[in-house]
Write a protein that binds this ligand. Structure first.
Ligand SMILES: Cc1ncc(COP(=O)(O)O)c(C=O)c1O
Length: 375
């Protein structure tokens, strides 16, 4: 049987990975500045992570959500302590799309309304509501037109006021730093306006932290820079360092009811043990500080390359903007220099999403390769 071809693949088969490096079946070493799409937060096969999941597997790997799993409570406590999001409750699921789908669904339950406001170049995942709120035409089907979504530009204050004044909006969903869309950010004024208008018009503010959360931007959550308190915070990627896990933080103002949400696999014992070891490692290794320090180093270093027109993003969620299509450059970095980087829906942007414990020396390797490629 053939595989259903939905991915244009690079001809590399990794069989081993450690820290910031991935090794293919021929033993060739690659520097991972992509983190498998912002997923690898504490580094590949981190010993603490491996030990935690192994130990758990030897005890109990899975049971369903109709009996108590006290590891979920432990994960919730650790997320609260590390993020300072004190007035929230946790629902666990399996992926970013699911986290967003549950968030949009919850907002609709809570407000008894259905229209969604989303933003140009957004990406929220591939389940129906999440995809409906995503702004990429070529990945959307007829079915996704059933959900009522209005797309606005970031920082369109008047447009937002006008739409919210209709009083039929259930949620506003936004990325504090757009991932797939190419690292654009709304201003603090605009984020605060969204927050105010949601309160005024009984709508939920959903801060999609699927990619930017769990320390990736140097804050535990990227929205925290703006001093707001979203109603709902979906998260995934870095949360499990590769173990498929997602979650939603739900402000206590939104009251739970039995059967409102549910999942078979979400929050299973193995997923919780992954999350717990990720948070412990982020704290013990002070990875938020590393993220902030390396952002400064990265930006200082890369500004010496004149072909780079703009350096976008925060922490270790970064982008290099060129005035040409960067696809070939990305390919050359892989095959000629053994460096993984990420693309974006904007073809002139190269994304850098490494494990949060990379060192300056890893950035130097990218710098030297870029100099060679662009000279
Ligand atoms: C901001 C954001 N939200 C949601 C998703 C969807 O996550 P998943 O692929 O785990 O469903 C992504 C994936 O790239 C994302 O970047």
């Amino acid at each position: 049987m053939h595989l259903f071809k939905v991915y244009p693949l690079y001809e590399i088969t990794p069989t081993y990975a450690k820290g910031c490096f991935v090794y293919d079946k021929n033993g060739k070493k690659y520097l991972d500045l992509y983190g498998g799409h912002a997923v690898i937060s504490i580094g590949h096969s981190h010993p603490k992570y491996v030990k935690s999941i192994n130990n758990q597997l030897n005890k109990i790997g899975f049971y369903s959500n109709f009996i108590i799993n006290d590891l979920q409570g432990k994960a919730a406590k650790k997320i609260k302590e590390s993020s300072n999001c004190n007035d929230y409750e946790l629902f666990m699921c399996n992926s970013g799309a699911e986290a967003n789908e549950n968030s949009l669904q919850l907002a609709s339950f809570h407000t008894k309304k259905s229209r969604i406001i989303a933003f140009r170049n957004s990406f929220h995942g591939r389940s129906n509501a999440a995809l409906s709120a995503t702004d990429f035409k070529k990945i959307k089907s007829e079915m996704n037109k059933q959900i009522n979504v209005t797309f606005l530009e970031f920082n369109d204050h008047e447009g937002l006021k006008k739409e919210m004044s209709k009083n039929d909006v259930s949620s506003i969903i936004f990325e504090s730093v757009q991932g797939v869309g190419g690292l654009d950010e709304p201003t603090t004024d605009f984020v605060r306006l969204m927050s105010e208008l949601c309160k005024k018009h009984n709508a939920c503010l959903i801060a999609d932290e699927v990619q930017s959360g769990f320390g990736r931007t140097g804050d535990f959550f990227a929205f925290q820079k703006h001093g707001i308190e979203p109603d709902i915070i979906p998260m995934a990627k870095g949360m499990g360092n590769g173990f498929p896990v997602g979650g939603v933080l739900i402000n206590k103002r939104i009251k739970s009811k039995y059967s409102m949400l549910g999942t078979t696999f979400g929050g299973n014992h193995l997923a919780c043990s992954a999350v717990i070891s990720v948070i412990d490692t982020i704290n013990e290794e002070k990875l938020l500080n590393n993220c902030k320090e390396l952002e400064i180093y990265f930006k200082d270093k890369m500004k010496n390359i004149s072909e780079i027109k703009l350096i976008k993003g925060r922490g270790l969620m970064l982008g290099l903007e060129f005035d040409f299509d960067a696809s070939k450059l990305r390919e050359n970095l892989i095959y000629k220099h053994g460096i993984f980087t990420g693309g974006s829906s904007k073809k002139n942007i190269l994304r850098i999403l490494p494990p949060l414990n990379i060192k300056k020396s890893h950035i130097n390797i990218l710098y030297d390769a870029l100099e060679k490629e662009l000279e």
